[in-house]
Design a protein around this ligand. Sequence first.
Ligand SMILES: CC(C)(COP(=O)(O)OP(=O)(O)OC[C@H]1O[C@@H](n2cnc3c(N)ncnc32)[C@H](O)[C@@H]1OP(=O)(O)O)[C@@H](O)C(=O)NCCC(=O)NCCS
Length: 376
Amino acid sequence: MDEVRIHRGLKEVYLDRTKSSYVDGKNGKLYYRGFNINELANNSSFEEVSYLLIHGKLPTKSELIQLTEWMSVRREIPSQIIDLISSIKHLHPMDVLRTAISTLSAYDKDLEDESIQTNIERGLSITAKAPTIVATHVRLRDGNDIIPPNKNLSHSANFLYMLFGQEPDDLDAKLIDKDLILHAEHGLNASSFTARVVASTQSDMYSAITAGVAALKGPAHGGAAEGVMKQAQDIGDESNTKEYVKDLLSSGGRIMGFGHRVYKTADPRALILKKDAKNLSERKGNPKWFSILQSLAECMEPYEKKGICENVDFWTGAIYNLLEIPDDIFVSIFALARIPGWTAQVTEQLDNNILIRPLLEYVGELDIPYIDIDER
Ligand SMILES: CC(C)(COP(=O)(O)OP(=O)(O)OC[C@H]1O[C@@H](n2cnc3c(N)ncnc32)[C@H](O)[C@@H]1OP(=O)(O)O)[C@@H](O)C(=O)NCCC(=O)NCCS
């Protein structure tokens, strides 16, 4: 057999070209469609960023109003999906979200239409509905009434409203909006890769986004924020942090919210969210989680020179916790933020499609004689 070069985990392999986002791992910068993430986080809205990612340009005022209105009338989910959520409400929220998004295809009257425009609309429609799915699940499993979406609220404010049953504080809604912007797109991460693989077989947008949710669920990808808060709870008090880190690392464990395949310096999203986590903990009069995470970050400073730095998930857990969001929907929030990114990348894939089909080097035996079952 020919000698082959293996790229385990496809590390440092370029699969194609993109204009969706640029993750500059060396300099710790992130751009969506050429716009620096800091500018977008400080000035934009999730709806505007969704438009930007999917259409490749910032919307005009009327285009943004049109998109906002379009999404606001697509937040409701069919009653059959509510029944489905109710029947599987004991599952993890990511399992519920994955199942519900997959089932949404049953209510799409134009399933045969595979045009780019229709696929974009599907992606945006799923974006509009995903917070409703997550909030509906939380309310049902907690034995509360469902709160229907409110057409006058933004995407982020609506999510908090449907989750808690009351209109959120403006600052809280803005913070969640910023968090969604920061999670909306990120190069060829595992879930976007998965969504592209599915799209490359000429499957459909529902399947691609469902697969994206499935890939995001794991702790090496989206599940880390939940893990970060579990760690903070295990530490319990900042005086225990040093011992905790020493024990975990010496037993081969990993600190959740640290390390990244591409960033070998600080993740720019973590730098933004760290300030927000600090401000929020002061605003809510609850400094405990920020202090524990701060002490954890200090203990990890020696690992910076190895390229193991805080990633986006490190501070999000504290922010969600301070907003009284249940721990097990942290990764679902990541998922509902990432749908425009998946949509943009699936659209990009379809625009110039090629089947994604890498190779595995076979290292097993060959020509083994078949032995009859009675003689084995
Ligand atoms: C994200 C992650 C999977 C990227 O991993 P990767 O690029 O494949 O890097 P590797 O797993 O090969 O790790 C490289 C080295 O750094 C170490 N490392 C990476 N992340 C670490 C962490 N969070 N804590 C401790 N050590 C870590 C590994 O142990 C390995 O050390 P070694 O070379 O001595 O064996 C990894 O950093 C991780 O598991 N982080 C924790 C989970 C997390 O926060 N995920 C969210 C990502 S946004």
